[in-house]
Every structure is written in C-alpha cells, then in structure tokens.
Design a protein around this ligand. Structure first.
Ligand code: ZN
Length: 495
C-alpha cells in the first residue's frame, strides 16, 4: 500500500489530467517529489524559489494541515492521504463560546406580529429556534457580497428565514449565461441590474423583511463603511481581489465572514472570524498568480454546485445568528459533486498571519488588484511593451482578407468541447496546452491567425510559440470568436 495524493481540479491540467496518484514515500515532501518529478509543470506551480511550497498551496496529511508542523518532513505511512488544497476563486476543537450568537443581545427584543408567527411557524415549533431565535433572525442584518451563483440561494433562504435586514452589493447586470445557476434571476430579468432583479424576487419571497441594495463595486474605499451597519458578511464573490478585500475588512471591523467558493465540480465553505479562529489569510496568505486558477467564466461551473455551497453559507449564517450548533469556524469544508463526497479539514489561526496574527502588518485596507497581481507594476513596463508588439487582427479585417482569398491558416487554441459549441470556418483546433508540442502542425511559411474565445489564451499561445522558436508570422484575433460573432456572423453562437 502506498500514499494517495489527491490532486485538485485546478492543478490537474499540470498532472496529465489525473485526480489522484499513488506513490511510495516516507515523508510528505518525498511524496510530493515523486509526483512532481513526473510532472515538471506541476512542480513550478507548487514550489517557489528555494524549494518551499508556495503560500497559496496548502497540504494536508489526512485531515491535518502540515503547514505549521515540520511541513514537508511530516512522516507519512501506507494508506495515508495527502491532499493538495490551493486557494480557489477556498485544528482546534470548537471552543465553548463559539456557539453563541454573533449578535448583540440588545438586538433580539423585537416582537413578532401574528402574520410573522404564521409565516415562521415551522421555525417556531423547533426548540433550537423558537420565539427567541426567530426574534434574533428578525433583528439580524446580513450583507451579501454578490448576487450571483452563491448569492442566489443564499439570499432566497435568508429572506425566507426572516433575516430582518438584507444588504446586497453588486454592480453587474443579468446576462443570459447567468441563468444556468443564478436562480434568483429569471429570463425576463436579462439586461436588468442584478440588485433590482434580486430585490424584486426576495421581496416576493418575504415582504416582511427590509432589503437594502448597493449598486456598486466593493472597494477599499467603501468596504468598511458598508460593513459597519451589518452583523454578518457573506462572501459570494468570484475573484481573488474581492475575497481578500472582504476578509481584511471583516477582520478590521471584527465581523464574521461566511465564505464559499466554487470551481467546476468542487466547492469550499468555511466561517472566517478572526476573533474566534482563522481568517482567509491564515489559510491562504497570498493569492495564486493571475491566470493559474481560471474563473467560472473560463473554467465553467456545474449549475447546481453554487446552489449547494450557497445553501451551506445560508445555513452557517443562520446558525451564527441563532447561536446554534457548531459553526464552520476553524474548519474548511470541501465538497466534490462528482464523487458526492464531503471532507473536512482543520484550520488553525496562524500567529504569523499578516492581518489577524500577533504582529499584524496590514492595519488598513490596501490595493487588492495590485496585491493579486492584476495591475501592472512599474517594473513590468518592459513586459507590457512586449505585449504591445503582438500583431493583432480584428474579426472584420480577417473576414475581408479571407473573402479576398488571402492565404491565412487559422488556429483555434480552445478546448474540444468549446469547438463543439461554436467554431470559425476553416480552422484547425490545437488546444493551448498542446500548442508547443504540436508546433510542427502549423506551417511557418503561411500567415497564421490564432484565436480563442476572447483573445487571452491565443495571446498566450503566440507568446509560447515565439519563445519556443516558431519562425512564422503570427497574429492574434482581437476579441476571439466572440468578436467574430459580434462583428461578422451573429449565427456563430456566443457562450
Ligand atoms: Zn488570519
């Protein structure tokens, strides 16, 4: 028997698509060495300089986080499971005081009307809720960041449960591609601001609660002020800058952060509350580099998955308000929808945590786009120039030149399942990950246009080919097949 290493979805592309691998090893480090000696690309993603595991990668032996132990020297034995848990767009026993309400006791003195008693009767007859608990729910205020896949079931259940004041922060409008999972919005809402559509639906579910909407992007400038008036913050976002912003603003204002995240078939949930346990930065001090972990728009997500994870967030929120049960504090819940398996990992507050540790270095909100590497640093100017030199062609130009009979080969670097949805005429499919290995299939003597869905992956393909010494002339189709559909042929479906 050997040690089993579980490889998360986001990193499988660097490990030949495998979900798990068995290796013989005496220590965790040795097991990872066996794995990464076979997959050099995976090694680059797991290790930084000096052979240290990167900060956004956590490793568990069975359910123990080995980060604060001897880490890679941690002994492993046959039958152990080693789990790699990178942050995705993701112990102490429960302390006695954890199961107390997140609210000030003064909040819960409001009486219930007869109408409310009738509406909430299935809560009221449960001893864990009762009149006292339902009053607490009525007096509570919850701020939801985002009303997308996670925010949809979350808002609907919190409204139905009678949480007295619900705040919704979102700046997006409803798009047809949202409806596969964002069940708070309907077909007739396409094109409307999400906060309006969500407000109407939640009001319909429960007109007895107050809904406050904020049509704005959550920023370092407005977060602390917005959070001030709420008891609990629920993170339903889909990007790293906002996740770190929500975490830091929660730590600085002492509020619990009910966390959930999703990717394809996998979800994570936890309650980060620095006063009582670990925060998100204790788990992941730094975000992965941009582009490593695809967003839902790039990587896809099973529609029902945010329904499950968002509902878990609603459950945890209600428990915090009631002071009932054991909240997910210091516990990271992992959910795999394909295997239909839940796992739970212990978290510990990191004494070195830059925001909730013993000597915090972050004392106010920072620039989160920059922190997540999404804004070019001044010293990245040279790189930017390289990018500007990349030849581009617009969809309209390409169409004109093809019609004129110019000899152009078009290479599509998307995945086969995307090619099945929509394709340009006369293209050759070579997915981005294979483009360098299959370079010989691209004729360097012909002019070549590379394309993908929106232009990002094809730009990466051109860079990779140029680095690999491809001699021919390469241009990037600006805006990808989406631009083709917009400018040239609306008959090509957009996805
Ligand atoms: Zn922390």
């Amino acid at each position: 028997m050997a040690v089993t290493i579980l490889i998360p979805t986001a990193l499988r592309q660097y490990a030949g698509g495998q979900a798990e691998m068995e290796v013989e090893a005496q220590t965790a480090g040795e097991a990872l060495d066996r794995l990464t000696s076979e997959y050099a690309d995976l090694r680059k993603h797991l290790y930084g300089d000096g052979n240290n595991l990167r900060n956004f990668v956590n490793v568990y032996v069975n359910d123990e986080d080995i980060r604060h132990a001897q880490r890679l020297e941690t002994p492993v034995k046959a039958g152990d499971t080693l789990t790699i848990v990178p942050s995705i767009a993701g112990g102490a026993m429960i302390e006695e005081d954890v199961a107390t309400s997140a609210l000030q006791p003064a909040h819960s003195n409001e009486d219930l009307s007869n109408e409310e008693i009738a509406r909430y009767s299935r809560h009221l007859i449960m001893p864990e809720v009762g009149m006292q608990g339902q009053r607490r729910l009525k007096a509570a205020s919850v701020l939801m960041i985002g009303t997308g896949g996670l925010g949809a079931p979350l808002g609907m259940y919190l409204a139905a449960a009678g949480v007295g004041r619900l705040g919704i922060v979102d700046f997006d409008v409803v798009d047809a591609s949202n409806l596969q999972r964002q069940i708070v919005h309907g077909t007739r809402d396409v094109g409307r601001p999400k906060i309006e559509s969500a407000r109407d639906r939640l009001n319909d579910i429960n007109p007895l609660i107050r809904i406050e909407t904020y049509e704005t992007r959550l920023t370092s400038e407005n977060a602390l002020e917005l959070f001030r008036d709420y008891d609990i913050i629920v993170d339903g976002t889909d990007n790293f800058p906002t996740r770190y912003l929500v975490n830091d603003a929660c730590v600085l204002s002492g509020k619990p952060n009910v966390y959930g995240s999703i990717f394809r078939f996998e979800g994570q949930a936890s309650v980060f509350w620095a006063e009582r346990g670990a925060c998100y930065r204790c788990l992941y001090p730094e975000p992965p580099p941009p582009g490593l972990v695809p967003s839902c728009a790039e990587g896809g997500v099973l529609g029902v998955l945010p329904g499950i994870v968002g509902t878990i967030q609603a459950n945890e929120t209600i428990k915090l308000i009631l002071g009932a049960g054991e909240p997910l504090i210091n516990r990271l819940l992992l959910f795999d929808a394909l295997k239909m398996r839940f796992r739970e990992l212990k978290l510990r507050k990191d004494p070195e945590c830059p925001i909730c540790g013993e000597n915090p270095t972050i004392k106010e909100l920072i620039d989160y786009e920059e922190f997540c590497g999404l804004r070019p640093q001044p010293n990245a100017a040279t790189q930017k120039e390289d990018k500007l030199q990349m030849q581009e062609i617009t969809a309209t130009e390409l169409k004109e030149r093809v019609d004129r009979g110019d000899d152009i080969q078009i290479i599509d670097v998307r995945e086969p399942h995307e090619y099945d949805i929509a394709r340009l005429p006369g293209t050759k499919l070579i997915p981005l990950a294979q483009v360098v290995n299959r370079m010989n299939e691209i004729d360097p003597n012909r002019e070549t246009v590379m394309h993908c869905k929106g232009g990002g992956r094809s730009a990466k393909a051109i860079e990779a080919l140029q680095k690999a010494g491809f001699a021919g002339q390469l241009a990037n189709l600006k805006g990808g097949i989406t631009a083709w559909s917009n400018e040239v042929d609306p008959g090509v479906p957009k996805y």
